[in-house]
Structure formats: C-alpha cells, structure tokens
Design a protein around this ligand. Structure first.
Ligand code: GLC
Length: 420
C-alpha cells in the first residue's frame, strides 16, 4: 500500500462538499446504478433500461447551474474543499475530453462543467478535488454494460479481451491526464469503482506514478486498489478512528444523485451531529449535495445546508483545523481541541450540569458557550491530597447548564486552559 507520509491541509480540513451530478439527474434517478439494474445499498436507486438511461446525455442542458453560488455556499458553510463527479460509472464526462464524444461538450449545454467548478471553488479559496470512476459502463472496450448483462453481479464482472483492455486503459490514462493537466492544481483525486478489476488490470503503479508526476501535491483516496493517502468510510462514522487520515462521505438522503423519490432526508441537526462526531474523531466529513437536472440544488437540500451553515458560522471554530479533544472517559460526547482551547460538543440535552474529568482544574481559565459571549460558572474537585499538595492537579470540572445556554442544534462549550 502506497501512502503519503507528510501532513497536509487535508488532515484537519474537517468539512467538504461532495457534488454528485450527471445527465441522469434530469430523470431524477441515482447516478449510474439504475443502468445496471440497481444495487442493494442504494434502496432508492431504481432500474432504467441501458439505452434509456444513456439517452438523457443528449438533452443535458443545466441552465440553472451556478458554480459561483455553490462555491459561495460551501465557503459560507465553513467547508474547506469540494469534490465533483467529473465522470461517474456511467462514463459521461462532465469535462471536455479528446478521448470520446460522450461528454458535456457534445450535450446541448456544451460548456466544461469541471472547468467552471474548479475556477469557482478556487476563487473562494477552497481546495478542489475530482471524483473519477475507474469503471466505465459505457465504453465499448471496458466493455460496456448491456441489457443482457443484467442483473449486476458482484465478482462476476464481464471481462474484456487483452486488446480491448489495452485500449481502455490508454483511454482512461489519457482522461486522467487531461483532468490533471488542463485545470491547474487539483488537490484531491477521488477514485471510485476500483472493485471491478485488480491492481494489475488498473496498472495502478503506473497510474499512481503518472498522477504524482502531473500533480506532486495531490492526495489520492483509497479506491484505486493498492493505493491511498486516506480512507473513505462511506455513509457511516467509524467506531474507532482509522490509523491514517480519513474522510467519511455522506448523503443528505439515501441517494448520491438527485432523486426526488428518496424522501429519507437527515435533519440539519443530524448532519451537524455527524460533523461534530467526525471532527471529534479527527476525520473529515464530505457532505454530498445533488444538483437537479437544471443545475440548481433541490430546495430541501438548500434548507438543510443553510441551517448547517448558520450553525457553522457560530461554531466553526470548534470544527475546522481542530485536533481530536478529550478521551471518551473524560466527557460524554465528542470534543476537539485547538491551541489552549477544548471544545465540548453536547449532542444530548444536558440535565442540570455537565462534567469533564481528568483536566488540570487549576488552569481552567474560562468556560464559555461558543457563539455567544456567555461565560458559564463552574466548580472543580480533585483528590484531597492533590488539592493540598499538587500545584497542578487533574480533577473534575462541573459546569451548571442553564437552559438559555442550550443551542437547538448542538451546544458547544469552550474551555480555555492556561498553558502549564
Ligand atoms: C459508491 C457508489 C457511487 C458513489 C460512491 C460515493 O461506491 O458506487 O455511486 O458515487 O460510492 O462514495
């Protein structure tokens, strides 16, 4: 396994935006999976005949797409980076490519969406990543997935001839080269679909060498078999933080692409709690949004993003650029730290007071409700001998919690500890 060793911006970015979008968003169905008849982990994925699925490539004309507005929104939410599906498993390129006609360039919209996205995010000071599916269910040499290949079966992939595979890998390398050459600096390459072929088939060592040569600073996720600078748990928060840098990607409902039949949306509060938990464990949350066929975000997503953004405006200090805080036995909830401050995330309603254990009680300088200037009273305790003879004892902090201090989404208490 090849992994970068040095620390980077990504280690403490904490919050990013994933954008799953393609021509299928016009139909309001999941990206790619419907064309192979669906997959169990996407309960609202549905099934669409192959030709019918691909046909909306020729009508894609997202007149409401506003990359600048999306970038502003991501920035206002305290997000540090954004990642767009430059090509999903369905093989449709959201960028201008010399390798095929199956791209946005030949759709009615014709403009290069990747270019637009990269420029807009960059202009807001965000880092930029591109999602790229290694699988291509449309390319004849992959070979393309057809109606007669249904149902999709894991571990029974249709195999190409050696000649076909040679042509496909050349095509794939050339597309990745385009993405890493034509758009300036790309911060993250987010592969997907690696499961259908082996390390050797993907020519993964050669591919990695090309990527690092074209973009020496780039981070590569763990979905190119055998490689990865970071782990990508999908739709869940790992029970124990992985050993290396990690990022949980998560949808607002149960779908990646715009899918109005999927009404199982998480509340803004659930999303905020996920963010607090991820930050408390030292990971990043890559929150997915799903533009519609016309390019606008669905209103039910906007509503949640705005609420998360308003919470972040007051509490972002406790999330972005933080390190994990206390040990689980010290406080009932996630916590983070930055400099001399510890941030406690209250994800359950407090009763009367909260307790923090094993802290240097004589050095607690202030206890504050983050986002308001409200200072909270507190009391401390420790073993009697420590109180008498230890100049810097560890002990217990009790903070009475007035109802007025409770935030409707997640209360954050900031402890300032003087240096020893
Ligand atoms: C899965 C799916 C894909 C989605 C991705 C995001 O592997 O195949 O549809 O884009 O996860 O993490």
């Amino acid at each position: 396994m090849t992994t970068r060793q040095e620390t980077t911006w990504f280690d403490t970015a904490r919050f990013g935006m994933f954008v799953h979008w393609g021509h299928s968003s016009q139909r309001g169905c999941e990206l790619s999976w419907p064309l192979v008849g669906g997959v169990t982990n996407l309960p609202f994925g549905g099934s669409v005949p192959v030709e019918e699925y691909h046909s909306t490539a020729f009508t894609f004309n997202p007149q409401q797409w506003d990359a600048k507005a999306l970038a502003r929104m991501a920035k206002d939410m305290g997000m540090q980076y954004a990642i767009l599906t430059s090509k999903h498993h369905d093989g449709f390129s959201m960028f201008h490519t010399r390798q095929s006609d199956f791209s946005i360039e030949h759709a009615p919209y014709s403009q290069d969406i990747v270019r637009d996205f990269v420029a807009a995010m960059r202009a807001e000071g965000l880092r930029v990543g591109l999602y790229f599916s290694l699988i291509d269910w449309h390319h004849p040499d992959y070979p393309a997935f057809t109606e007669s290949d249904k149902p999709y079966q894991f571990f029974n992939w249709k195999q190409p001839t050696p000649e076909q595979w040679e042509r496909y890998t050349q095509f794939m390398f050339a597309q990745i080269r385009e993405l890493l050459t034509n758009y300036g600096r790309i911060d993250v390459l987010w592969f997907d679909g690696g499961w259908e072929r082996s390390i050797d088939q993907w020519k993964a060592y050669e591919l990695e060498a090309m990527i690092r040569e074209l973009q020496p600073e780039i981070l590569i996720n763990d979905r190119l078999p055998g490689f990865g600078d970071f782990d990508t748990p999908e739709q869940f928060i790992p029970a124990q933080p992985p050993a290396r840098t990690w990022e949980t990607c998560m949808t607002i409902n149960e779908s990646w692409g715009y899918n109005p039949s999927d009404t199982q949306l998480k509340s803004a509060r659930q999303l905020i709690h996920a963010l607090c938990e991820v930050a408390g464990k030292g990971g990043n949350l890559l929150l997915n949004v799903s533009p519609m066929g016309d390019g606008a975000l669905p209103p039910e997503q906007v509503e949640r993003l705005q609420t998360v953004g308003a919470w972040m405006a007051q509490h972002g200090e406790s999330i972005v650029a933080t390190a994990p805080g206390l040990e689980p036995w010290q406080f009932y909830g996630p916590s983070t730290r930055k400099g001399d401050c510890i941030y406690l995330h209250l994800l359950m309603q407090p009763y009367d007071s909260i307790s923090v254990r094993g802290v240097p009680i004589k050095r607690v300088k202030s206890v504050q409700v983050l986002g308001s200037s409200q200072a909270l009273a507190f009391s401390t305790r420790c073993a009697i001998v420590d109180a008498m003879f230890n100049p810097d004892p560890l002990g217990e902090l009790t903070i009475p919690m007035p109802a007025s201090a409770v935030d409707p989404y997640a209360t954050v208490i900031k402890l300032e500890i003087s240096p020893a």
